[in-house]
Each structure stands twice: as structure tokens, then as C-alpha cells.
Design a protein around this ligand. Structure first.
Ligand code: NAD
Length: 361
């Protein structure tokens, strides 16, 4: 297989962690006999500096023609003063919209050797292995926005709408993924208050009837937020709408306690997905060679699985990351004693993959 992978390093530590992802992917290619073709492009502040736009049309076109996109992060103080439409984050939104990415997947797992990095007690983190499936292109973030004046002052309006098909496709994805995991879907809503949530429930119930092997439970978003802190191990796949997902996935990240370890995937109708760590561009540590590359490397594992259907290759990457944690080959955010550089951690993971079997010639 010779897939084309677009590399959007972006800003700050983005290019540093993407470089390690490429190192790891190249090792996967050598180990399993694939010739990955890389197409490096600019996004975010780096693209603004280059041609004034956070995402060039040509870059989006190359992404559409590719098999998958690996993204670092965008943004930084240099571009904070720019008007809204020209800010680095607009590049991300344009990419998601341009590729029609309507689902965001964020796995939350806590490595047993890293439980002390979490603000929660270790016993609350035992067996935590859940997957958030967040709707990404609908809901209140995309609804009509308005402001007007009333006799009592300003009034603001954000419309929250969902169409049935938008709910159905993301719930179906959640059921399919649960079928490959522990066969349980928790659908999160606010059905006691919101009409969109009542529609969400109806659709989830209908999809559930087609998946007899998967159990569906409904949970209100407020109690879900609490259960994440008290019984996170009771979740398998959690599917929810855009804004609830935005908030709950960050709570999930806090649970793990290490931003640098967490991957994500954004998927849509085509097989082209965008794979990125959940952290930002970390301007405070950019250029120092100390950023943790493992969130990006684990995003590569998600890419191998979801966009390329290379399941053994994905497992090999995850096993090599596990080895890095067990051997303590970690950057300063996680290391107990001798912290390694970004590049050392990436090289270690790549070497473990190559050593896991004879390389193809
Ligand atoms: P951030 O995630 O960049 O950093 C938060 C803290 O975590 C910092 O102390 C940083 O040093 C640390 N950190 C983050 N990633 C790390 C890694 N891989 N290894 C070690 N430490 C790591 O969040 P922020 O500081 O709020 O935002 C910085 C910039 O990133 C802003 O411009 C923001 O808009 C942008 N941002 C971009 C994305 C994205 O591109 N998807 C996401 C979040 C924030």
C-alpha cells in the first residue's frame, strides 16, 4: 500500500510532534512493507505568514485527494490580534468543513503506570478505557447567531438545531465502534429540557433496534459529567452532540492528566480523516525540543486503523508507545527521572516498531 498522507504541522510545537509521527509512520512502512508518500503543507499561523490565509485552497485540495491528514496544532500569541476570519483556528474549521468531518473520536485511556499524573485517585482510574464520539458540524456552534436591542438592553441568540440525518450518522458510527469494543453505547443529551435532545434520543433508540448485540443507555449531560469523575470505567462508547462533546471530552482529558498523550480523529463520509493530538501549539515550550510527541503518534495509530484499515500496524504503534511508557522513555511532562527529548521519544517508538519483526526489504 502506498497511501498519500498530508502533513500539516501548523504552529508552535505542531511541526515538532508531527516530525516524530512521520518517523514512526516511516518505521511502520519499513516493518510492514508500505511506502507512505508525504505531502507537507502549511496551516494556521504558518500559512497566514506565507500567503495571508490560514488554509490555502490548494492545501485543502491536496487534503481532499489524500488518504489522510496528520495535523499538529495551530495558533499562538503572534496571531492573537488578527481579526476573527483570519485567525489560525479558522484554518482548522475550514479543513473540517472542507473535508465534511462530522465526527470527532477521542479515546480516553489511562496507562496504569501514569495514574499518579491524574488529579483523580488511582482507584478511580482503574480500567478506564472509553471512546468519545462527538458530533462535529451541527448544533449550537453552527446555528444562526444574532444580537438585537430590547427595551432592557442587548439580547443575544444562538440557535440549536439538529436534523435527523446528522444525529443518525454519528450514532450509527458510535454503534459500529462499540461493536468492535465492549458493546455498550452511552448516548448523552439533555432530553428533560431540549427538543433537539428528545429527537436525539428517538434516533438513538431507533438505531439501537438494529444493533441487538450493543446495549444502549441514555444519560443526561449533567450526571454524565459527574459519572466521568466517579465511575469513568463504566463507559465504553459515549456519543453526544457538539457542545456537550466539546465540554465532556476536555473533562475526559483532565481525567488522564497528561494533555501530551491524547490522540484524536475527525471523520466524515469519505475515508479521509484528520488525525491530531488534542493539545494546542504550546508556545511556552515550542522550539525547546521537549514536547511530548506521543499524542500525535497515537493519532497515527488511529489513522492506520480508521482511514487505512491497517489494524496490525495500528496495534504495533500502540504496543511501541506502551513500551516507551513502561521503559520510562518519556518527555519532561511525564518523566519521573531522566526526561528525554521529543526526538528521542519518537526515535525510541520507531525503533521498537522496527524491532518487533524483520523489516521488509
Ligand atoms: P496548549 O494545549 O497548547 O498548552 C497547555 C499546556 O500544556 C502548556 O503548558 C503546554 O506547554 C502543555 N502542553 C501541551 N501540549 C504538550 C505536549 N505535547 N507536551 C508537553 N506539554 C504540552 O493550550 P493553550 O496554551 O491554551 O493554547 C496555546 C495555543 O494553542 C493557542 O493559540 C490556542 O488557540 C491553540 N490551540 C490549538 C488547538 C488545535 O490546534 N487543535 C487546540 C488547543 C489550543
Amino acid at each position: 500500500m502506498n497511501p498519500t498522507i498530508v502533513l500539516l504541522g501548523g504552529d508552535g510545537i505542531g511541526p515538532e510532534v508531527v516530525a516524530e509521527a512521520v518517523k514512526v509512520l516511516t518505521a511502520v512502512g519499513a516493518r510492514f512493507g508500505h511506502g507512505f508518500r508525504y505531502e507537507p503543507r502549511l496551516i494556521g499561523g504558518a500559512s497566514i505568514d506565507d500567503d495571508g490565509m490560514p488554509l490555502a485552497d490548494e492545501t485543502l485540495a491536496v487534503c481532499k485527494e489524500s488518504h489522510a491528514v496528520i495535523l499538529g496544532a495551530v495558533g499562538g500569541p503572534k496571531w492573537d490580534g488578527l481579526p476573527g476570519a483570519l485567525r489560525p483556528e479558522k484554518g482548522l474549521l475550514a479543513l473540517r468543513k472542507g473535508l465534511g468531518l462530522w465526527a470527532n473520536l477521542r479515546p480516553v485511556t489511562v496507562h496504569p503506570l501514569l495514574t499518579d499524573r491524574s488529579p483523580l485517585k488511582a482507584e478511580r482510574l482503574e480500567n478506564v478505557d472509553l471512546l468519545f464520539v462527538r458530533e462535529l458540524t451541527g448544533g449550537v456552534y453552527f446555528g444562526e447567531k444574532r444580537r438585537d436591542e430590547t427595551a432592557r438592553g442587548a439580547r443575544a441568540f444562538d440557535a440549536l438545531t439538529y436534523e435527523e440525518y446528522e444525529i443518525e450518522r454519528v450514532v450509527r458510527l458510535a454503534f459500529r465502534l462499540a461493536g468492535q469494543r465492549k458493546n455498550k453505547v452511552t448516548s448523552v443529551d439533555k432530553a428533560n429540557v431540549l427538543e433537539t435532545s428528545r429527537l436525539w434520543r428517538e434516533v438513538a433508540d431507533r438505531v439501537a433496534r438494529e444493533h441487538a448485540a450493543v446495549t444502549l443507555e441514555h444519560q443526561l449531560v449533567d450526571s454524565c459529567a459527574m459519572r466521568l469523575l466517579t465511575h469513568a470505567s463504566s463507559f465504553d462508547v459515549v456519543v453526544t452532540e457538539n457542545m456537550f462533546g466539546d465540554i465532556l471530552t476536555d473533562e475526559g482529558a483532565a481525567l488522564v492528566g497528561s494533555l501530551g498523550m491524547m490522540p484524536s480523529a475527525s471523520l466524515g463520509d469519505s475515508s479521509v480523516g484528520v488525525y491530531e493530538p488534542i493539545h494546542g501549539s504550546a508556545p511556552d515550550i515550542a522550539g525547546k525540543g521537549i514536547a511530548n510527541p506521543l499524542g500525535t503518534v497515537l493519532s497515527v495509530a488511529m489513522m492506520l486503523r480508521h482511514s487505512l484499515a491497517l489494524h496490525d500496524e495500528a496495534l504495533a504503534v500502540e504496543a511501541a508507545v506502551d513500551a516507551a511508557v513502561r521503559e520510562g522513555v518519556l518527555t519532561a511532562d511525564l518523566a519521573r527521572t531522566h526526561a528525554r527529548s521529543t526526538s528521542e521519544v519518537g526515535s525510541y517508538v520507531a525503533r521498537r516498531i522496527l524491532e518487533s519483526g524483520a523489516a521488509y526489504s
